[in-house]
Design a protein. Sequence first.
Length: 204
Amino acid sequence: MATLLHLDSALFPQGSASRDITAAFVKSWLEQHPEGKVVYRDLAASPIPHLDAAAVGAGPDHELRAELAAELAEADAVLIGAPMYNFTIASTLKAWLDQVIIVGANTGPDGPVASTPFTIVASRGGSYAPGTPREDFEFVQNYLEKVLTGMLGITEIDFIVPELTLAPVKPEMADLIPLAEASRAKAHEEAVQKAKALAARHAA
């Protein structure tokens, strides 16, 4: 029985593009792999404390860090909802990363989680794609790719990027609504297909 570790970090439980798309992923995963297990953490509803000196000193013997590291180690796949706030990830997701990454215990290319596939739904209100005016302000994909590969040694990371999510609520972005809808629909389909592929891999 394969285990999916699912993290959401969007602040609002309703109307969130990242939550909507991670939910579609989980639904597809369970449809393809009904005996699979899903471990869920809502980092907005139940924030993880920021890393402190005592936790760093305790390392893998720290109760919370050990619990989070064990969840990650036991996961066959990881799904993260990572909307952009002020050009980067939510502080709650950063807190999870700081707590779960334990140097000398689960880090490095030969670490225990290096082969775990990560799927990240990196939603954003505008567009930060290559060639756009704010390309240089993108610190969600760039940061997560660097920290996951550089610290945990992760070799398989897929980003699903619904863009322009603020178009329906910002009058000045009204002409971008068709593009926003197309981006969200594409992200949904990518999530469903990625979940099917991962579920099939682990069910085989």
